[in-house]
Design a protein around this ligand. Structure first.
Ligand SMILES: [Zn+2]
Ligand SMILES: [Zn+2]
Length: 190
């Protein structure tokens, strides 16, 4: 399978342009000043994925830093950062462009909101994968017993069973089958 591609370049010394080309040919272009926290996003399916936009933009900025920061040590860190963000952006583009109409309402472990999650068509990973409509994060149903939350998926962790933070933090979850981290549920110790 052809993988998505993310490239960035500098224009006029202080502007960045970042292109995401998905494996199916969908395009996303981000542009802005090297100092911009958020880029301008051109319209398109992929542009609605916040996590993809954030990572692609972080990649472009880190790539710029890697040649423009004053000392070598900082440049090295920026190079590593660029690599990480690029890998994530490419992976999200791979996953996010191929969703089905099937949706599942669940709590997302990435944005901590309750959102529809679109099921990913192909099995990029062995696990059922969904994309959060709120933040764009890929997730898989939490493996915790009776838990209905989505656990965050990360690339390359195929063998890892996904658990949401709720399960990871509370060993007593078996006694609390409906435990959620909904913002409104403040836990009282009584
Ligand atoms: Zn989310
Ligand atoms: Zn869970």
């Amino acid at each position: 399978m052809q993988k998505s591609n993310v490239v960035a370049r500098v224009l006029d010394g202080n502007r960045l342009e970042c292109h995401v080309i998905s494996s199916k040919g969908q395009k996303l272009t981000l542009s802005g000043l090297t100092t911009d926290v958020e880029p301008q996003v051109d319209a398109g399916e992929l542009g609605s994925n916040r996590l993809l936009v954030n990572n692609a933009w972080a990649f472009a900025k880190a790539k710029f830093d890697a040649v423009n920061l004053p000392d070598q040590e900082q440049q090295k860190h920026a190079t590593a950062r660029a690599k990480k963000h690029r890998k994530l952006a490419e992976w999200i583009a791979d996953v996010a462009e191929d969703v089905t109409d099937e949706k599942k309402l669940a709590w997302c472990s990435a944005c901590f909101g309750q959102h529809d999650h679109s099921r990913v068509n192909k099995s990029i990973t062995q696990l059922n994968t969904y994309v959060c409509q709120g933040c764009g994060s890929p997730g898989s149903p939490c493996m915790g017993p009776v838990c209905k939350n989505m656990a965050v998926r990360v690339p390359g962790a195929v063998q890892m069973k996904p658990y949401c933070p709720n399960i990871a933090m509370k060993s007593s979850v078996l006694k609390r089958p409906t435990a959620k981290w909904a913002p409104s549920t403040t836990t009282k110790s009584s």
